[in-house]
Each structure stands twice: as C-alpha cells, then as structure tokens.
Design a protein around this ligand. Structure first.
Ligand code: PDD
Length: 282
C-alpha cells in the first residue's frame, strides 16, 4: 500500500516522520477524510474548502493550492485502486527550523509543514446493518470551544467515543448546556413529527460535508427541515435519530442510553434519506 508523505508516494512501511514533528508532540495539525465512490472523490471542493478553513483556524499556510491537492489526491486514489475509498489527509505544523528549540509551544519561525495522505478501501454499512441501526450513549461535551476546526488533536473525541464502545454502542451523542452538539465523530440529526431538525453550524461542532449534503437533499426533495438548536428533551423524545459522516454516511440510531428511539427501528425518513444519498453519491 502506497501513502503520500511530503512530496513522495511510498510504501506505508517506509513512510517515516521525525519524533520532533509538531503533529506528534503537540497534536498541532488538521485533517480531512474524503470519501471516494467509483474512483471519484465526493465533494472534494467542500473538503478542500474546509481544510483551508481549518488551516486558517490554526494559522498554518496551506502547503498546496486547490489544483495541486486535486492532482495529489487523484494520484493516491489511482494507486490505491479500490472503487470506493476513504482518503485521509493530514497537515501538521511540521518540524522546527535549523537552530530553533526542539520542543517549544510557540510556532517555530521556519517550520516546514508535514503533509501525509492515506487511502483505504471504504466499506460502508451493509443492508442488514442499516436495517438493524445502531445504539448510542450520551455524554457531556467537554471539548474545547473551537470544534469547527477539524483538528488532528482528537483526545477529547477519542475519550468520548470510547464511552460508547464500552457500552457496546456505535457513537457518543454530545450535549453542551442542555443542547445537542454532535457525535464524537459524526453529526446528529433528529426527526420529530416528520420534520428533520439539525443543530446550527457554530464553533461548538464540525459542520460535516455529509451534514450539508443531507440538508441539500432535504431541500431538493421537499422534506421539511429546520436548522435550529435542539434541546435535550427533543433529543430524548425524537421519533428518529441519525448519525452522519463521510465514512458512516447516514446511519439510524435506534437506542439512546438504552431507551428505544421512536419505534426502536430505523425510521421511514432515515431510509428515504439513505436512498437519496446512495443515488446522489454515485
Ligand atoms: N469525522 N463531527 C465530527 C466531530 C467528526 O469527526 C466528523 C467526521 C463529522 C462529520 O463530518 P463529515 O460529514 O464531513 O465526515 C462531524 C471523520 C469521518 C473522522 O474523524 O474519521
């Protein structure tokens, strides 16, 4: 398997970075996960725009322009070869320059960013898994206040996600000050009385590319939808709950903290949106 590292495509085992890389020492970097369907990256423009926003958010210059990113990602996809893939893209602040402190919090003056990309086969949920849905648990969102940056420093998300693993579930749904924010690695939608509800984009969540697509599909197909804060009671009283992400697509949550969501099976709107998404993504 070939990966991309700092200008070269090379076997995974040969891809090495320095222990002084700020991505390793400080989690000082950002990332993207781009789904690829039938060899074509899905919504690449949106992912590259969000990457730019994340880089701006951490005050790191983008090492490539859009054309260069497209070319590099295209080459990686061709080398991976699978029809459906997920491409992981990471940019870190890299290494301190010559004569600079080896480990120091402030940005190095002469840092050269590290760019790493990895393409893996993307295996999405089977019809049986979609029909079963998944369970989730809730937790207080104790992350920082800049969750709109897709930061590679994911310790808080990892600890939150592990709570759901420990409960035998697929996601941790987070609440901050009584309101739904998002999942540990996904966005969360609520359906009540036939209306799709989504929390508004803010610094308290990452605006998913899948989230945007779901809302676009809802608008295009006349599905009632409202983007507004969703309180805890609405979350717990939902007819349907969905998690969405580039790798999970649209997955129904059928149990929350052990209690059934609605009828306890994937609801009609989840099935409809999944069908729309499956058609749209190809
Ligand atoms: N995560 N919110 C968080 C915290 C996420 O980590 C993700 C995705 C999303 C959904 O974003 P999108 O629809 O653009 O994938 C929302 C990726 C898949 C990951 O970390 O692997």
């Amino acid at each position: 398997m070939n990966v991309y590292l700092n200008g070269r495509f090379l076997p995974l085992a040969e891809a090495k970075i320095s222990v002084l890389d700020r991505g390793f020492l400080f989690g000082d970097g950002v990332y993207e996960v781009v789904p690829v369907y039938s060899g074509k990256p899905f919504r690449l423009e949106s992912h590259l725009r969000r990457l730019q926003a994340s880089l701006d958010g951490i005050r790191l210059a983008n090492p490539h322009d859009e054309a260069a990113w497209r070319a590099l990602i295209g080459q990686l996809i061709a080398q991976q070869g699978s029809e459906d893939q997920s491409v992981y893209v990471q940019v870190t602040r890299g290494l301190p320059g010559e004569g600079e402190p080896l480990r120091d919090h402030p940005f190095p003056q002469a840092a050269v960013p590290t760019v790493f990309m990895l393409a893996q086969p993307l295996v999405t949920a089977s019809p049986a898994q979609k029909a079963a849905g998944v369970c989730a648990v809730t937790a207080a969102d104790d992350r920082w206040l800049r969750c709109n940056i897709k930061a590679s420093a994911l310790l808080a998300n990892i600890l939150l996600r592990q709570q759901s693993v420990d409960a035998g579930c697929a996601e941790t749904v987070m609440l901050r000050d009584g309101y739904l924010t998002e999942g540990a690695a996904s966005n969360i939608f609520v359906v009540k009385d036939g209306v799709l509800l989504a929390p508004p984009p803010s610094n308290l969540m990452l605006t998913g590319i899948t989230y945007d697509v779901v809302l676009e599909l809802a608008a295009a197909h006349g599905i009632p939808h409202v983007v507004r804060p969703v309180g805890e009671a609405e979350l717990r009283g939902a007819d349907e709950l969905w998690m969405t992400s580039s790798t999970k697509e649209i997955m129904a949550i059928v149990r929350l903290d052990g209690a059934p969501v609605g009828a306890g099976v994937p609801g009609p709107l989840a099935q409809r949106m999944d069908a729309l998404y499956q058609t749209f993504k190809r």
